[in-house]
Design a protein around this ligand. Structure first.
Ligand code: GLU
Length: 494
């Protein structure tokens, strides 16, 4: 017998930007499919016609691609199990509904939203878990005709038997829910639109999904879905519910914790490799403790049991650390291309720089970037019109020792500035190594100043801050005229 094919799916609802929790679900499905040589299906769950938009769907597909996740079937990829949008599959749900009606597994429910709301409120006031108490289960044919004559359209509810609903979860083991706690649930609403649990069972069955990997917030839905699989005579897939991403306060990561969508992290200058790597190691443990891994290394090492049962706390610091690591993997030429949109977003026209000048700046600041948006700050540092002196730099420059250093530096710069702007190259230009040499001679001979006492005033004067890229690169990029101007300005402070 040939073993069953591995088919998994990611089934987002495009009602907002892709949450990183959902992106992690997509990633785990992708890893699993690629690890096992299986197929990943992308299914768009677009039955919520009010909140679903084409723009959200477009963003969603784009964000998945940006992360490096590809799918074998679904929008843009085709496939033999389509349509891949739920709104294109209404006939399939209709067929399933007719079977359940014929077998009396469902009944029409005429309760209005107000009536249901009142029932929920009543249960709540009696401290009982909200569920449908089965009013329409007991209607006679006559009652139904009367209600329909009033113009009421029925929803269809599934008859839930009392007793345990048991299923196995690959990550959590045996799970048990009680039918009486669930109550009869709607599978098709009065407007003909299927409820999530119903559509998902029909889709996962007809798309021949072998493994359903999703967040543990769906566990109670799975109990409902198991009932529907049984009623429809479908074999259920293997279920694996992974833990959710948590905020620092150990509640589910949400907007109040900060950025939560892939788009927001993108806008904030996180690299796709870093976000993918971070989401993959979050809540997982690898034997060798190595944290920086490429997508292929992650796929090779992937196993569902490693995703862990416990919730994983989102650690922004670690993401930024990974991001810096990935930024440093790019050479200045390629990194400059990646940075162009961020340069524009910071209010600069990249065409106002010569390309080699831009690459020089990128080469100089690359090690200091933890996000791509940081480039804005550094461009400001290299821009005579926008550069600002920070408070701490100004304070340092007011000291007597700083003045001694700056006077010596000014003296060294005057002849160079008279000779012109100087070249802009990737490597520090020799004349500025010369400057450092001159500065060093201040240290050796006259002032006795060395180390930080020597370099910090120089850094503060020419960059306006106390931390940043290597000084000789900054000298090269600014050129003697700018340098001299900044040193003069700094001297004017003291
Ligand atoms: N559309 C559902 C969601 O985004 C899919 C859940 C599932 O994977 O079944 O939560």
């Amino acid at each position: 017998m040939t073993p069953p094919r591995i088919r998994v799916r990611f089934a987002p609802s495009p009602t907002g930007e892709l949450h990183i929790g959902n992106a992690r679900t997509a990633l785990l499905n992708w890893f699993f499919a690629r690890r096992c040589g299986g197929e990943l299906v992308l299914r768009i769950e677009d039955t919520d016609r009010i909140r679903t938009t084409d723009a959200f769907e477009e963003t969603l597909l784009d964000d998945l691609k940006w992360l490096g996740i590809d799918w074998d079937e679904g929008p843009g990829a085709g496939g033999a199990y389509g349509p891949y949008h739920q709104t294109g599959r209404l006939e399939i749900y209709g067929d399933c509904l007719r079977r359940l009606i014929a077998e009396e597994r469902v009944y029409p429910c005429y309760c209005t939203e107000e009536e249901l709301k009142a029932e929920r409120a009543d249960l709540f006031s009696r401290r009982t878990a909200p569920r449908y108490l089965g009013k329409c289960r007991r209607l006679t044919d006559g009652d139904r005709r009367r209600l329909e004559n009033e113009g009421r359209l029925p929803a269809w509810r599934f008859r839930v038997a009392e007793g345990p609903i048991v299923f196995n979860d690959l990550i959590r083991g045996a799970m048990t829910f009680q039918g009486e706690a669930i109550g009869d649930f709607i599978i098709v609403r009065s407007n003909g639109i299927p409820a999530y649990n119903f559509a998902v069972v029909a889709d996962d069955h007809f798309m021949e999904i072998s493994h359903v990997i999703r967040g543990e917030d769906h566990l109670s839905n799975t109990a409902i879905q198991v009932l529907l699989y049984r009623a429809l005579g479908f074999a259920p897939p293997v279920f694996a519910h992974h833990a959710l991403i948590l905020g620092k306060d150990h509640t589910k990561l949400s907007k109040r914790h900060g950025a939560v969508s892939v788009r927001e992290f993108r806008r904030r200058g996180i690299m796709p490799e870093a976000l993918l790597n971070y989401l993959a190691i979050l809540g997982s443990s690898f034997d060798d403790g190595r944290e920086i891994r490429t997508a292929w290394e992650l796929i090779e090492a992937f196993s569902l049991d490693r995703t862990g049962k416990g919730g994983a706390v989102f650690d922004e610091e670690k993401l930024l650390w990974l991001n810096g690591n990935y930024i440093r993997r790019y050479d200045p030429q390629a990194l400059t291309d990646i940075l162009i949109p961020f340069i524009r977003a910071a209010g600069y026209d990249e065409r106002s720089f010569r390309r080699e000048q831009l690459e020089g700046i990128v080469a100089a600041v690359r090690d200091n970037l933890s996000t791509l948006t940081d480039i804005g700050d550094f461009l400001e540092m290299f821009d005579d019109d926008r550069y600002r002196m920070s408070e701490e730099a100004a304070a340092l420059l007011r000291g007597e020792e700083a003045k001694t250093v700056l006077l010596a530096l000014r003296k060294a710069l005057i002849p160079l500035a008279a000779g012109g702007e100087g070249g802009i190259v990737l490597e520090p230009a020799p004349q500025y190594r010369g400057i450092i040499g001159i500065v060093r001679s201040i240290q050796d001979n006259k002032t006795g100043l060395k180390g930080k006492k020597l370099y910090l005033p120089i850094r503060a004067a020419v960059t306006g801050r106390l931390h940043g890229p290597e000084l000789d690169r900054i000298f090269t990029l600014l050129g003697p005229v700018s340098l001299l101007r900044r040193v003069e300005e700094a001297l004017a402070l003291s």
